[in-house]
Write a protein that binds this ligand. Sequence first.
Ligand code: C5P
Length: 243
Amino acid sequence: MARRKKLYEGKAKVLYEGPEPGTLVQYFKDDATAFNAEKKDVIEGKGVLNNRLSEFFMTGLTQIGIPNHFLKRLNMREQLIRQVEIVPLEVIVRNFAAGTMAKRLGMEEGTALPRPIVEFSYKDDSLGDPLVPEEYIIAFGWASQQELDDIVSMALRVNDWMSGVMYGVGIKLIDFKIEIGRVWEGDFARLIVADEISPDSCRLWDMETGQKLDKDVFRRDLGNLRDAYTEVARRLGVMPTNV
Ligand code: C5P
């Protein structure tokens, strides 16, 4: 079998050199980690589900004109993506209080926010991805003011679309994280959505029962993670045949 050059291995994905310049192959592993990899497990089939679900969300974004890194799915666990220079931020959009926000502000999880809130963490595992104000981002040059404005409006458009899609299948989009990459065109950097969008990076609650259908099932030992992700895939009509 042809060997491909591994460029990066993260907690849930591996990036290999792609067939054409400017492309990469993104491989979805079955590994689940939480609390900055203090908690780890292998959930058989998770990679296959997330490959499909990220394809679903990214192609949907393409259809509504939000540029992203997805080019095509190659097989059950791999997709061809555009190579980007990652902006070192986790861009988090919240519609309802949960997770670190609920804890920080002493709010009950599930409380509706007055409007969607966008926040940023600095991507650095050794620091535990600390929350950072916009002021830091500009001052340290992680993104320009114009880029930051564009990132916020892109994140809110992603939120509008995803909230609607999930609402249509009886799921509340509580919050999610996206990453943004730069594609250089001469001196100009175009921003696109990168990394992945999957139940690993979203909070998804069943509208009727409040059942969690996302990575909190693993983080908080609430049941079978694969069943939860399979339910999301089933409702969205993207069930892989061979998980
Ligand atoms: O933990 P917190 O409440 O800040 O997470 C907000 C959202 O961002 C959740 O949907 C979570 O799954 C996602 N997230 C992520 N990767 C991180 C941190 C948060 O996907 N490193």
